[in-house]
Ligand binder design. Structure first.
Ligand code: PEP
Length: 257
């Protein structure tokens, strides 16, 4: 199945209710780009208000706890974010792996919990600058994904609907310098072959692999032309409708010619 390009905004810890007007503008613009699937992951506090108003965009969360509930002060479960209107959750983002010490097995437990709550997942992976310089980026990312992806049985029959992989080299996030198209091509091909190995030819090929790390309207067209790139996870440039939808426009262009 050919899936629509998936353009997901990660607002990180940005956004109070004053940002709802920006989410509205993104939703309105997304209605003019139906060949692209547009989604936003705002802070938890904005999930419900955006979900309540959105007509076109998907709304998701940036993380969830792995447990169903209990004595976890300050945490939030997958069922809670689903109840607030989230349809997906970003897991294993490098900022969580680094700042919150999230291990591959912890990320995997979150993924299993999110799937059990009916959510789609965007599984992040990516190497540090040191790992890339040492020449071990591909091996590192493949091992990270093997340790973080959920058990196959949970995804059987609906892999492409429930799972997206986001390749986000840490050194490209928020730096203004995206990975080169050659590096993206090499990594996305390696991730594709891992998905086929883990989930079989048909289902492994059905999973979108999106790229994240300083994607902007100016570099989006070149990135989307790379084989195995099925969209983008966008941080800074998703905070305004103009730049975010500039990226969505670049993703819809191959369909317009
Ligand atoms: C991100 O943090 O997921 C990200 C890709 O950020 P940016 O687009 O700002 O590099």
């Amino acid at each position: 199945m050919t899936r629509r390009p998936y353009i997901v905004g990660n607002w990180k810890m940005h956004g109070t209710r004053a940002m709802l007007s920006e989410a509205r503008a993104i939703d309105r613009a997304a209605q003019r780009h139906m060949k692209v699937e547009v989604a936003l992951a705002p802070p938890y506090t904005l999930i419900h208000p955006i979900h309540r108003e959105a007509e076109q965009i998907g709304v998701g969360a940036q993380d969830c706890h792995h447990a169903e509930g209990g004595a976890h002060t300050g945490d939030i479960s997958a069922a809670m974010i689903a109840d607030a209107g989230a349809k997906f959750v970003i897991l294993g983002h490098s900022e969580r792996r680094t700042a919150h010490g999230e291990t591959d097995s912890r990320v995997q437990a979150k993924a299993e919990s999110a799937l059990a709550a009916g959510l789609r997942i965007i599984m992040c992976c990516g190497e540090s600058a040191e790992t890339r310089e040492s020449g071990n980026a591909v091996a590192f990312v493949k091992a990270q994904l093997r340790g973080s992806l959920p058990a196959f049985e949970q995804l059987l029959g609906e892999l492409g609907d429930r799972l997206t992989v986001a390749y986000e080299p840490i050194w490209a996030i928020g730096t203004g310098t995206a990975a080169t198209t050659d590096d993206i091509a090499e990594m996305h091909a390696a991730i594709r072959s891992l998905l086929v190995e883990l989930y079989g030819e048909e289902q492994g090929n059905d999973v979108r692999i999106i790229y994240g790390g300083s994607v902007k309207p100016e570099n989006a067209t070149a990135i989307f032309a790379v084989p195995n790139v099925g969209g983008a996870l966008v941080g800074g440039a998703s905070l305004t409708a103009d730049t975010f939808m500039g990226i969505a426009l670049a993703a819809s262009e191959p369909f317009d010619v």
